[in-house]
Design a protein around this ligand. Sequence first.
Ligand SMILES: [Zn+2]
Ligand SMILES: [Zn+2]
Length: 267
Amino acid sequence: MTAQNLPAWLPLSVAVWLIQMIAYHGIGLWFEWLDRTGRLSAYKTRPVDRVTYFDVLPRVLVNQVFILLPAMMAAQWLGLAYVGADHIGLVMFLVGLIGLTVGHDLVQYVSHAWILHRPALMRKLGHSVHHSTTASRAISACYMSAADFFLEIVCPYLLPLIVVSAIGSGGSDLLFHAFTVSAGAFGGLYEHSGYDFGTKLARSANPLARFVAARISSRAHAEHHSRGNVSYSDGFGSSNICDTVFKTRWDLVAPRERRRRSQETQA
Ligand SMILES: [Zn+2]
Ligand SMILES: [Zn+2]
């Protein structure tokens, strides 16, 4: 099915938003089911958040319906995204994926590390709302203030999408948009789920298994929630370029501080 098959009353941006909602809430419910049944408990690395699914759901829905949906519709209405070629080729598909991954990391790092975590703005912009959760209930991924949701979820998705659309990727290719929003939904939910599917592989003696474990680990964002000042990038599924460049990655911060302390004691 392509965008041309959509009924006239259904703009592509709205269809993509609906797919995103089905992915987000479908996967969110799956993680909730895991929490309630204890399935895959061997991979649950943190106790489940004390805020419940229904504590979190209303704010998540308000953000998705009243901020994300209008922003996506506006991008299409302005001709910035969800317009153009009905089908993009494989090369443009890959260009778009890379552009969205790298662009998401850049925009999200600026908004999350340099704006939302600024002490003077932490409460004013309401990032403290999201930090009242412990990244151990999947659906809490979008539990945040309106300003936080706009800066940390909407902008890192739409701004890179507008850029890749300008160079001929994205277009109105339904498969591309459906894939990217579903992958993004899974990444955010997994990071906030309290599950880490890399834990068993991480104990393996095989270096390849440990490499895969590090790629699929959800630890980075868990460290962000518990320590506050490390790993501002999304962790799982993210290029993590900015955390690496600015040395805020959780596994780089401790050695850096140790080095600084030892230099201070030597001085
Ligand atoms: Zn934060
Ligand atoms: Zn979080």
